[in-house]
Design a protein around this ligand. Sequence first.
Ligand SMILES: C[S@@+](CC[C@H](N)C(=O)[O-])C[C@H]1O[C@@H](n2cnc3c(N)ncnc32)[C@H](O)[C@@H]1O
Length: 255
Amino acid sequence: MGRMPCGPLLRDDGTVSSSPNAHVPSWMLDELAAAGRENLDAVHVSRYDEKEPWPAEEEVRLAEGLGLSPDSVVVDLGAGTGQFALAAAPRFRRVVAVDVSEVMLEVLRRKVDQARHDNVEVELGGFLTYRHRRDAADLVYSRYALHHLPDFWKALALRNIHSMLRPGGVLRLWDIVYSFEPAAAEERLEAWCSTLDDASGFSEWVRADIEEHIRDEHSTFSWVLEPMLARAGFAVEEAEYSEDRIFAKYVLRRA
Ligand SMILES: C[S@@+](CC[C@H](N)C(=O)[O-])C[C@H]1O[C@@H](n2cnc3c(N)ncnc32)[C@H](O)[C@@H]1O
């Protein structure tokens, strides 16, 4: 796989520093290389919907409760196989599904074609490189994807997301985010791993998947992420932490 085509960087005022074909600095993160081994693996991706079925419909209803209407524009970042994008398509005017993995996007395109949605745009791009054009988004949705970026890059990605949204627009962020203290890390993470010690029969995931996530990906602490969100110009409207303090769901509003 080659390096992702990479767009220009964002200025403080939200404008971009030069044309989309501008020189890419060699210090720029390679988002594809950071995208997670399994997300580029055709076998894993072909089974993703079975491994990770989830109620995307509930999330669409949540978005409607937050003020989205049939005229709304939605961007799904790190869309994967498009579970949210496909649930959103019948309810909103325009849905842009963005992912850095061509392997994921191939599955997503097939599903969009099968469902005959003509309002879903499938775009190869990353948190840092996707540039939203035409009407500003009412909602940016992102589930289980931002943790692929190290924290410095998360902060830049959040600025990019901010620039996609209209004032008052919503960022729905759902990810693996640790809301415990460093002293509790070993105990919490071991407890999480052990939930899959003998998971045969109820989960397609195995302990090694969690170990790989902790070791090789970039989930951060809620008390690191939340100031970053504020710095990027988001107000936290809702923060929900799982009982085991491993997962967090946010409703964030662009000021
Ligand atoms: C665990 S999957 C989640 C997919 C989907 N959001 C869901 O909830 O089912 C993570 C997705 O993030 C994508 N991804 C990883 N790094 C990314 C980046 N920098 N920009 C955009 N997408 C990225 C991966 O390719 C993958 O499709």
